[in-house]
Each structure stands twice: as C-alpha cells, then as structure tokens.
Ligand binder design. Structure first.
Ligand code: PLP
Length: 468
C-alpha cells in the first residue's frame, strides 16, 4: 500500500478505546492516561509509515499496545525494589526497611484519626513529642528527647539554638561530608554559628579546644567520623573531656553520633561502634543521630540529652519546619518499642537482623537459594555459593567487612552484564545485584522475605533457561 492509504487505514482513537483489549486498562487506570496511550501508539505508527515502513496496524494491535503503554505510564515512580547487593543500609534503595510492627503502626495512623496532638485523658491538646520521648530516654539514658526530619535537621537545629551568633569549636578531623549535601562547615554557616576549627586532620588534643575557648564560645561540637576512619598516628578528645572543659564556662557539648546504634554490636562479632547511650553517659548536653541507619527505623533525626536543652529545642522556630509527620512518628515509636528488648530487635528489625546475621546462617540461606536457582536455570548457567563481603552501608561502619555468603551465577549464553540489566530492568520489581569477576552475585542477606527469594529464582529462571 502507498503511504496515504496506510495512513488512512490507521485505527481511530474511538475504535481503539472501545476495543475489548482495553476493558481492563479502563477499569483500573485513569481514562486520560489510557487516551494518551492510544494517541501515542497511533502517533508512533504514523511516524513509521511516514518513514516508509509498511505498517498495517489493526485496532486490536493498537489496543494491546496502548494497554501496555498505559500500564507503564501508571507505574509508580517510587516503587519497590529488591536489594540483592548485601549493602544493608543502602541509601539509594531507601536505607532501612521497616519492621512489620512499624509498617503496621504506619498503616493504622495513616488510615484513621489518631492521638497525634491529643491527650485522651484530659480531652485537650497534646504534644506530638510525647510519643517517642519516653522510649528514647529509656533506650539512651537521656533526660529528654525529640525527633525531627533527619539527622541533618537535628544537627542544624542544635547548632542554631546553641551556637547562633556564637562560636562552635570542632576538630579538623571531624569536618565530615555525608552524601554530598551535608557538610559540617556548610551546616555551621547556615545555622548562624561561627565555626572555629582546632587541631589537625589526624590529631586533636584537649589543649587545642582549651586555647580556642573564648567568652563567645557557644558550643563544643563532636562529630562521629561515621563514614570514614582516620587511622595510624591519631588522637581525639572524648565527650567526657569536652564536657569537663566546657562546664566551668557554661559551654555545652553536642555530639553528632550519626548511625543511631543503640546496642553494643561487639556481641555480634562487629567492631565497637559508640552507642547513643554512651555519649549521653559521658555528659553530652545533646546527642543527635539518624532514625534510618543502624537504628533500623524511618527517616528521622533524633536528639536526646539534657532536659533544659531539649526544652529549648522544642520551642525553636525551626522545630515546626523540621517536625515529623504522623506516619513517621508511628514508625519510629513502633521501632523504638521493639528495641526495648534487644533479642527481639535483632530478629524483628530488618536492618539489625541483616547486620547481626552470622556467616553460618548466611551460608545456609545462600545454599538453599543456589539449589533453587540451579534447578530453575538448568543448563543456562553455572551456580555456586562463594564467600564475599557485605557492608553496613549508609556511611556506617565504613571499614568493617561483614563476612557473607552469596550465590554467584555465571550465565552460559549471555554476558553477565546483560544478565544484570535484565534482572534490573526486565520486570517488576527491579532486582539490584552486584557483578564481580564475571559473575552475578546475589546476597540473600539483604533479601527481606521468602517472597523475594521466590522472585529472584523465578526471574533468573525466566531469563537464563530461555537462552539455552
Ligand atoms: C548520616 C549522618 C548525617 C546525616 O544524617 P541524615 O539522617 O541522612 O540527615 C549527619 N552526621 C553524621 C555523622 C552521619 O553519619
């Protein structure tokens, strides 16, 4: 057929819209989205005809294409993904996965009215701070606590309240950058504090802080080097020493603890990471940390410390701008409640379970997964269990190798890079895995459920058994 007659033969929008192939899409997706999809597939066909292609496009075909296109366009942008990397607090994949208790608490307050700022006993207005404060105090030994949007916000409000218009002294070894946009010197400037750097990159002594102390000093700041380590010839000053130095001058100490570790991790064969409680016990006026790193909760910034200081922070004008919404508060409260019992916390909070999983358990999981993958792919590739390294991620425990066992897949008829792309882009949910030494590595440590094992097995089976 000639160009013109092909163009004239193209189906029209109304006919496609009425085709049975689109009934399902119209029932589940917004009509304008389906209409856009129909117009788009007809437009594409027209372009191909004009380019000289012999396109005979039926109504049914157009409807099928439009249904696919509408479904793709309606896919949430923020959607589930499977983390098979072994990087536990994977910042790009959403950091911590909530425990079941936390997810349930979120759903409950999201779909009902709640006691967010209502005191049921008195029938009067309450405070949103009460929901997590007692739990945080109990878990850290602090007198008072509050939670804000994230740890960056916690540091910001702490600096703004305690050091605006004054000097804040910090060691040159602790001028950290976290994920690009959180940098101590920048936060300092934005909070209105004047940063006074003391010491050197590797060594800072008490006398360095002492000689920088003036009548205009508002704060002594300590920042935990959570995402890097200074090793070798090093020295830093403890929170306790800073507290003793500042006390006679009425200068408080704030520590940015970062990771939000509440338990002694050495019990699980991990290196010692200072807990929030340890900093509190050393007398810091305020300690800040994240809610979604090693605490395993939602994105939040936690501030614990002295009653008088936390009261001032709650009244700071920025507190409103940085406050937590009810869903996050519900998730945080539920997470903290699970933390009251450490044995339960390391079982029920996914981040803690993955972090404290021993190599033996990891090998059992990997072996079981490998057997299933081998069966699913047949001669489509070679499957082995190999020892590898998992990471805490999220800038925590940066130099800690966590021994882990992974399933290593070497595809028989395709490159390992195309296999990696296929499991990531080929279907939903995306499976994110690592490629190392020509093999695809699946670390079952960071798979959150048996269902995710099933998806991995099925997807690898579909891709690799088909290629043989
Ligand atoms: C992660 C981290 C931050 C930033 O915390 P967010 O919760 O991501 O805002 C700040 N300081 C330290 C030391 C950190 O480790």
């Amino acid at each position: 057929m000639k160009n013109n007659s092909l163009l004239r033969a193209l189906p029209n929008t109304d006919d496609v819209l009425a085709a049975p192939e689109l009934t399902g899409a119209l029932a589940s997706l917004p009509r304008p989205v389906v209409l856009d999809a129909i117009r788009a597939v007809i437009h594409d066909a027209r372009v191909r005809i004009l380019a000289g292609e012999n396109v005979d496009y039926s109504v049914q075909e157009a409807a099928r294409d439009a249904a696919g296109r509408a479904a793709l366009a309606s896919r949430p942008s923020l959607r589930r993904a499977i983390n098979a990397t072994g990087i536990i607090v994977h910042t790009n994949l959403g950091r911590s996965v909530l425990s079941e208790a936390a997810a349930k608490a979120v759903a409950e307050v999201a779909t009902h009215y709640s006691t967010l700022e209502y005191d049921v006993e008195s029938g009067e207005r309450g405070s949103r701070h009460v929901h997590c404060e007692e739990l945080l105090c109990r878990l850290t030994g602090a007198e008072a606590a509050m939670a804000v949007n994230n740890n960056a916000a916690a540091v910001m409000i702490g600096l703004a309240e305690l050091a605006r218009g004054k000097e804040a002294i910090v060691s040159r070894g602790q001028l950290v950058e976290i994920g690009g946009s959180f940098r101590i010197p920048d936060i300092m400037r934005e909070s209105g504090a004047t940063m006074v750097e003391v010491g050197t990159t590797n060594k800072t002594h008490l006398r360095d802080y002492e000689s920088a102390l003036t009548s205009n000093t508002g704060l002594l700041l300590k920042v935990h080097s959570s995402n890097y380590r200074v090793v070798g010839f090093t020295a830093e000053v403890s929170v306790r020493e800073l507290v003793e130095l500042g006390a006679p001058h009425g200068v408080p100490v704030m520590e940015d603890q970062g990771s939000g570790v509440l338990f002694d991790l050495t019990r699980y064969g991990l290196p010692h990471e200072p807990t929030v409680g340890e900093s509190v016990a050393q007398g810091a006026a305020v300690v800040t940390c994240s809610g979604d790193k090693l605490l395993g909760g939602p994105q939040a910034g936690i501030l614990v410390g002295r009653h008088d200081v936390i009261s001032r922070l709650k009244k700071h004008p920025m507190a409103r701008a940085l406050r937590l919404d009810k869903m996050t508060l519900a998730a945080l409260e539920a997470t903290l409640r699970v933390c009251l019992e450490e044995e339960r916390a390391v079982q029920d909070i996914p981040t803690l379970r993955m972090l404290t999983m021993g190599i033996d358990e990891s090998r059992v999981l990997a072996q079981r997964l490998a057997d299933r993958v081998r069966e699913a792919i047949g001669s489509g590739g070679e499957v082995r269990v190999v020892d590898d390294i998992a990471r805490a991620g999220g800038g925590a425990l940066p130099v800690t190798d966590i021994p882990t066992a992974v399933v290593a897949v070497t595809p028989a008829t395709m490159s390992v890079d195309s296999l990696e792309t296929s499991i990531r882009c080929g279907a939903q949910p995306a499976i994110v895995a690592r490629v190392k030494d020509g093999r695809l590595l699946i670390d079952p440590r960071t798979l959150v459920s048996g269902e995710e094992h099933d998806i991995v097995v099925r997807r690898l089976g579909e891709i690799l058994s088909a290629g043989v």
